[in-house]
Design a protein around this ligand. Structure first.
Ligand SMILES: N[C@@H](CCC(=O)N[C@@H](CS)C(=O)NCC(=O)O)C(=O)O
Length: 222
């Protein structure tokens, strides 16, 4: 049986960025082990609201620790230029809805390129992608003007809004309380949840992928 990683992501979440980067980096090896990667946009704010969770930084002691964790993670995942923008946390409903439309209507390569661009824009270039004008510019980096208009108009429709809600509900039904959240079916048909970008060692074991075959993480030198 084919394995599948349903990866629930929101571009407001830097740890989703790390999870995304690392999944894509290991995509060829995953494919060779008969495992598909399914990138699924969700609304993290909705997940927090439904579960009563709060962004980790809202607990002061954890917020202070997060500075260290983020510093290590951004080096480990090869994104040293990542910086928390002054407008964080912003409302990423619009870009996430736009990604729902992109996923349904364009090749997977566009989904990957565009998702990467959203994270780069927000987390490396401090562009507030919750604003229509800024988002239009960021989408123009990968799409023709007529497509950008189509994507952003679609993002405002009931159908796409409902689809993002549906993705978020499914993630919640599968136990999500934050992002990145992965629901994984292995090649024996067994299904398990994995939370975070720092649990890939368990993922590789679950998928019977030898650890010496996956991309190494960089060592943080603090
Ligand atoms: N240890 C995880 C942390 C991931 C994380 O903190 N994700 C945030 C969003 S950026 C979240 O939703 N956290 C909820 C929680 O930790 O309860 C990792 O390294 O990826």
């Amino acid at each position: 049986m084919k394995g599948q990683i349903d990866a629930y992501l929101d571009c407001v979440s830097p740890y989703s960025y790390f999870g995304f980067v690392y999944l894509i980096r290991n995509r060829a090896i995953l494919t060779s082990h008969d495992v598909e990667v399914n990138l699924i946009p969700v609304f993290l704010g909705g997940i927090n609201r439904a579960t009563g969770n709060k962004p980790p930084g809202s607990l002061p002691a954890r917020g202070a620790y997060l500075q260290w964790d983020l510093l290590r993670a951004k080096i480990a995942f090869g994104r040293p230029q990542l910086t928390t923008p002054s407008f964080f946390p912003n409302l990423t409903l619009l870009p996430q809805r736009a990604m729902v439309f992109v996923k349904d209507n364009y090749p997977e390569s566009k989904v990957v390129a565009m998702y990467n661009e959203l994270w780069v824009a927000m987390w490396e270039q401090s562009i507030d992608i919750s604003k229509v004008d800024a988002l239009t510019e960021v989408f123009s980096r990968h799409f023709q003007q007529e497509d950008v208009i189509k994507i952003l108009e679609a993002a405002d429709t009931t159908e796409i809004k409902e689809k993002l809600n549906e993705n978020t509900r499914t993630a919640l039904e599968r136990g999500a309380f934050g992002c990145p959240y992965m629901w994984i079916r292995n090649q024996d048909g067994k299904e398990e949840p994995f939370f975070g970008s720092d649990r890939f060692h368990y993922v590789w074991d679950f998928l019977s992928i030898p650890r010496n075959q996956v991309a190494p993480l960089d060592k943080p030198h603090l």
